[in-house]
Design a binder for this molecule. Structure first.
Ligand SMILES: Cc1cc2nc3c(=O)[nH]c(=O)nc-3n(C[C@H](O)[C@H](O)[C@H](O)COP(=O)(O)OP(=O)(O)OC[C@H]3O[C@@H](n4cnc5c(N)ncnc54)[C@H](O)[C@@H]3O)c2cc1C
Ligand code: SF4
Length: 364
């Protein structure tokens, strides 16, 4: 049985105290929110902090403020269950409600927070293993080793961004409020991430994410689709997050972001640009799905085969766009059954486990 190493748990009740405690204990300390990712990772010795600064007692970091008209402010400590069921989120930011509602399992969504999901560690088949397993293969550069076992000639780590909400928040144009020793700052979520499996966040280690800020939702529709092996719970091996601002049936603004295809969420701006100024016809949806296929470059370091995951980008982008074409903005409900497994309309049919997807997939 894997056990947690010893550590000291500090429980600040204000953001100011959390920042101060981190400044006092860095680099030996880490923040912990729900602990649903960090504690298992500590059991596998992927992280070995001697001090944990718990964020659960900070009331100011929890709850949803504002409105869809002015924009929503979601405290980073808000549980995923609360995010996925909040009426303003389900009614006006449906893709986010879907993404939050598809993270892991109900128990973990009750404990896990939106801030923790935004900051969740990148993943790789050679890294998310016990200490003994990793030792047997002589470790890798993300922890305890020198080389990348996926791409031995590479000087960087290619571990995969595996957050469900990050690509959706990116497409929605969310911002992130950070508090650190130098004060507060508000940054676009797109700049929180960087394409490196180890240093995947651009924020300073001493900065805490306090809020996620969503822009006003008027005219916007959004959808999130997730590919994973088990419908009950699993990390995404592909996430497709689409947000469209509609004027009648004409697309005025569009954003398509792919999850789990790189070390950070990967936008597909060319595909989004094709949509602007047009109706969502079947031909346009096909053209945009083809264009979205190009930026997604999954590697062979997570579940299901990478050629299959690449193929599914086109399929899932088309499905997401079709679902938005069919729904009037006022009924932009969360696509709760948007996951690949439970919904008959959203199943990667007989390819569900990648059996027929071996081989090389060319970029068109
Ligand atoms: C079996 C299993 C299945 C899972 N499936 C999924 C899945 O399908 N999709 C998915 O996205 N995730 C999944 N997860 C990962 C995890 O449960 C979620 O990502 C969850 O949202 C993490 O939130 P948390 O509050 O528990 O984060 P924690 O574990 O507390 O923290 C995660 C990381 O974020 C940092 N952090 C947390 N909050 C803050 C903050 N406010 N400011 C700065 N840093 C912060 C921590 O230091 C840590 O590095 C799964 C985990 C398990 C164990
Ligand atoms: S991508 Fe390479 S360096 Fe990164 S976790 Fe995987 S094997 Fe390790």
């Amino acid at each position: 049985m894997m056990r947690l190493p010893e550590f000291t748990y500090l429980a600040p009740v204000s953001v100011k105290d959390a920042v101060k405690l981190m400044a006092d204990h860095e680099p030996a300390a880490m923040f912990v929110a729900g602990g649903t990712d960090l504690y298992p990772n500590m059991k596998r010795r992927q992280f070995e902090p001697s001090v944990l600064i718990g964020l659960r007692g900070i009331r100011d970091m929890s709850g949803v403020r504002g409105s869809s008209k002015t924009g929503l402010i979601i405290g980073a400590g808000t549980s995923l269950t609360a995010v996925s069921s909040h009426p303003d989120v389900t009614g006006h930011y449906a893709g986010l409600a879907t993404a939050a509602g598809l993270v892991s399992s109900p128990q973990l969504r009750n404990m896990g927070t939106l801030g923790g999901n935004v900051c969740v560690d990148t993943r790789c088949n050679y890294y998310n293993q016990s200490y003994e397993w990793r030792k047997a293969v002589n470790f890798c550069m993300k922890k305890d080793g020198d080389i990348c076992l996926v791409a031995p000639g590479s000087s960087r780590c290619w571990a995969v961004s595996s957050s469900d909400t990050a690509p959706m928040l990116w497409s929605l144009g969310a911002q992130v409020r950070l508090a650190g020793p130098k004060g507060e700052r508000l940054i676009p979520i797109s700049t929180l991430y960087q394409d490196d499996g180890i240093q995947y966040l651009s924020k300073q280690p001493g900065e805490v994410v306090t809020d996620i800020v969503l822009p006003p939702s008027e005219g916007w529709r959004s959808a999130y689709l997730k590919l994973r092996r088990r419908g009950s719970f699993d990390f995404p091996v592909l996430g497709v997050a689409v947000a469209l601002r509609m004027d009648g049936d004409i697309v005025r603004e569009a954003a398509i972001t792919l999850g789990a295809v790189a070390s950070q969420p990967r936008p597909a701006p060319e595909a989004a640009a094709l949509l602007v100024g047009h109706r969502l016809t079947p031909e346009l949806i096909d053209a945009a799905s083809d264009a979205a296929f190009k930026p997604g470059k999954p590697l062979d370091n997570t579940d299901l085969t990478h050629p299959y995951r690449k193929k599914m980008i086109r399929v899932f982008v088309a499905r997401a766009l079709r679902s938005l074409a069919q729904e009037p903005a006022s009924t932009n409900r969360p696509n709760r059954l948007a996951d690949d497994q439970p919904a008959a309309t959203n199943r990667p049919n007989h390819l569900a486990h990648g059996q027929h997807a071996e081989g090389h997939v060319e970029d068109k």
